[in-house]
Unconditional design. Structure first.
Length: 156
């Protein structure tokens, strides 16, 4: 037996590599199709925005400021409180018991960008000092939500 001839012979290499590549492509294609059929592909575009919010409390009003991060659709962001609040014009927030409203309904803005502000007022004296206020994002489909920032009053 001639070892040099045996090592130099590569007739079967090309068909084996071809079969391996075909199997790999089939598996990848099946995984991609399966992801979208099971609905997992819909959630890819609904990732939580990365944003930072600051809070300024002056004793009767709380101003929420978008300090940095992604621009966000204002209709998808709620300001929620443990006490009833009014917007800056003195109108009670629209949610149950006046405790929640969209950023858009509070400010009239359609988009939240760095520097955007929303101000809420306490309805009863010292309510905000013991309240917890959250900035909550909800996806367009309503299937995902996340608290972007939380503020607790000095007495909370």
């Amino acid at each position: 037996m001639n070892f040099k001839q045996l090592l130099a012979e590569d007739d079967a290499v090309s068909p084996v590599i071809g079969v391996i590549l075909m199997v790999a492509i089939t598996v990848i294609l099946a995984a991609v199709i399966g992801t979208f059929v099971l609905g997992l592909g819909d959630q890819v575009g609904q990732t939580t925005p990365q944003a930072s919010f600051g809070f300024d409390y002056n004793g009767t009003a709380l101003t929420v400021t978008h300090e940095s991060g992604s621009s966000i659709d204002a209709s998808l962001v709620n300001i929620t409180s443990t006490v009833a609040l009014d917007n800056s014009t003195g109108t009670q927030l629209e949610g149950p018991g006046g405790t929640t409203a969209t950023w858009e309904s509070i400010t009239g803005d359609t988009e939240i960008t760095a520097g955007s502000q929303a101000t809420v007022l306490e309805q009863n004296a010292n309510d905000l000092s013991s309240a917890t206020v959250r900035v909550i994002w909800t996806s367009e489909s309503g299937s995902n939500s996340a608290t972007l920032q939380k503020w607790s009053g000095p007495d909370a």
